[in-house]
Ligand binder design. Structure first.
Ligand SMILES: NC(=O)c1ccc[n+]([C@@H]2O[C@H](COP(=O)([O-])OP(=O)(O)OC[C@H]3O[C@@H](n4cnc5c(N)ncnc54)[C@H](OP(=O)(O)O)[C@@H]3O)[C@@H](O)[C@H]2O)c1
Length: 387
């Protein structure tokens, strides 16, 4: 039986992970869970999965949860320190890293340093400090298994092959909720409209990132570090149906891809039980029913965020962390109706333009770049004229 810890258990990836645990109770034991603010859901999860310890973002939430769970043998911690303690202090083989955003960096890196293998959904830490995370993983003998469907597809398509035989990685992109809208139509897009993803049911931040194509920009950076491939060998292909989850092209021009209906439980379960495949009782992909698959190039004019991802990698050092933080600020402002959809990319771009990048040699370098960019992007959002 494998002992696991789930960081971000109340989110979309977290609940899908627990769905797998529930289907295979003899395979996994949940020893630790962490959440942000959703203590109703966390309480349900504590009662069902009986973890040894949990943590939430705020001490006030922890206090409420302690009184609700007074009759249960569970330790309840709080704050980044408490979440990090869950990630490091419990005896477990695998940490499912599924917090959204930069908040996952310290707990995930700490879990690596405590020698636990990682199933990585939380892409933002890899964007902020990919080289550091990989260096630390090597140092502590830790494996990082991708959960993101595209990176899982590449990971699977690389199995049994030599990395030196790879010509390029091709990440597929659904195009998100707004792919068919014109420049003019994008001007008035509401958060509610941008949250209507055609294929995937995910948390709100990643759903907006999909609509701007920043998700693909973040994924290019993630792929660069996960697979140690330069950004010039990473391409993006728009594939609206999300059936081909990504491809690898080899030097002999063979392409190997991984296909399936869009369901995150498949890549999550692969990361949880690698190299075994779990018998998931899910609908099969019927290609005769699908009939036709479509592909096209990304549109960088309407969706400039993808290029910002490439640009951040070309500049290097702290720039991807700055891009990531500016994006988090802009997306949050958009979701709160404080910024227009078409203003997200300019805020990120202007933040990047005013940043003097430096090498990342330690965690503090990434955290300082993140702090600087949040302040800068926040002031840019604040200064925008409101209609
Ligand atoms: N969803 C997908 O299908 C998918 C696919 C590929 C990659 N990913 C990546 O996986 C990560 C999670 O995505 P998601 O869609 O599952 O997000 P989500 O549904 O918004 O869930 C995020 C989780 O993080 C917790 N959280 C948020 N802010 C936190 C903070 N400051 N401190 C501690 N915990 C915090 C949330 O807690 P509360 O809800 O309790 O506040 C929740 O448990 C993201 O990095 C995303 O890019 C997701």
């Amino acid at each position: 039986m494998k002992s696991i810890i789930i960081l971000g258990s109340t989110g979309s990836i977290g609940t899908n992970t627990l769905d797998i645990v529930q289907r295979f109770p003899d395979e996994f034991r949940v020893v630790g869970l962490t959440a942000g603010h959703n203590i109703d859901k966390l309480e349900e999860q504590i009662r069902r999965f009986r973890p040894t310890a949990v943590a939430v973002a705020a001490e006030s939430s922890a206090a409420q949860l302690r009184s609700r769970c007074a009759n249960l043998p569970v330790e309840i911690l709080s704050g980044e320190e408490g979440i990090t303690q869950i990630a490091t202090g419990l005896d477990a083989e695998l940490v499912i890293s599924a917090i959204v955003g930069a908040a996952g960096l310290v707990p995930t890196l700490s879990a690596i340093r405590s020698g636990k293998h990682i199933a990585l959904a939380n892409k933002e830490p890899m964007v902020m400090a990919g080289k550091l995370m990989q260096d630390e993983a090597r140092k502590y003998g830790v494996r990082i298994f991708p959960v993101d469907s595209e990176h899982s597809a590449i990971f699977q398509s690389l199995e049994g092959h030599r990395i030196e035989d790879v010509r390029r990685l091709i990440l597929t992109a659904s195009g998100g909720a707004l792919w068919t809208l014109s420049h003019e139509q994008l001007q008035d897009v509401t958060p509610e409209r941008a949250l209507q993803h055609p294929n995937w049911k995910m948390g709100s931040k990643i759903t907006i990132d999909s609509a701007t194509l920043m998700n693909k920009g973040l994924e290019v950076v993630e792929a660069r570090w996960l697979f140690d491939i330069p950004e010039s060998s990473i391409d993006v292909l728009v594939h609206r149906e999300s059936i081909i989850h990504s491809l690898v092209e080899y030097h002999d021009r063979s392409m190997i891809a991984q296909l399936g209906l869009p369901d995150m439980r498949t890549p999550i379960s692969y990361a949880m039980r690698y190299p075994a495949r779990m018998p998931l009782d899910l609908p099969s992909l019927d290609l005769t029913e699908i009939g036709r698959l479509s592909f096209c190039k990304p549109d960088h004019d309407r969706f400039p965020c993808l290029n910002l991802g490439y640009e951040s990698l070309r500049i290097g050092g702290t720039m991807p962390a700055v891009m990531n933080a500016a994006n988090e600020i802009a997306v949050e402002a958009f979701l709160n109706h404080g910024l227009r959809f078409v203003e997200i990319a300019p805020v990120i771009h202007s933040t990047m333009e005013t940043h003097t990048h430096q090498e990342i040699t330690c965690l503090d370098d990434a955290l300082e770049a993140d702090r600087w960019a949040r302040e800068k992007a926040g002031s840019l959002v604040h200064a925008l004229p409101r209609s």
